[in-house]
Write a protein that binds this ligand. Structure first.
Ligand code: FES
Length: 103
């Protein structure tokens, strides 16, 4: 089994079998990674792998359409296109529903 830590969701931790799709784990375990299409088209599931990048499968062409080389270097992936092959990962993302507080 692998462990996924959803940093942006208060560090929620989920377990899943090896070779699990990151977005599917998030959906099943209420991890909270934003998404729309689930098919590599919309770019909504953009996230940053904070730990465990070596435990992921290779970057897909669909991801390269949404992420620059620099972002890929820095650990960004599209969750719907990313599989966790072995080991644990920690993931963060920019919350999509952030609203500035009124002062
Ligand atoms: S959910 Fe649309 S690209 Fe991943």
């Amino acid at each position: 089994m692998i462990e996924v830590t959803f940093i942006t969701n208060e560090g929620r931790v989920a377990t899943a079998p090896e070779n699990s799709n990151l977005l599917r784990v998030s959906l099943r375990e209420k991890g909270g990674i934003p998404f729309k299409c689930g098919g590599g088209l919309c770019g909504t599931c953009r996230c940053k792998i904070e730990q465990g990048r070596d435990n992921l499968d290779a970057v897909k062409d669909k991801e390269r359409r949404h992420l620059t080389d620099a972002e890929l270097e820095n650990g960004y992936r599209m969750a719907c296109q990313t599989f966790i092959v072995k080991g644990n990962v920690s993931v963060s993302w920019e919350p999509r529903t952030w609203v500035p507080k009124k002062v």
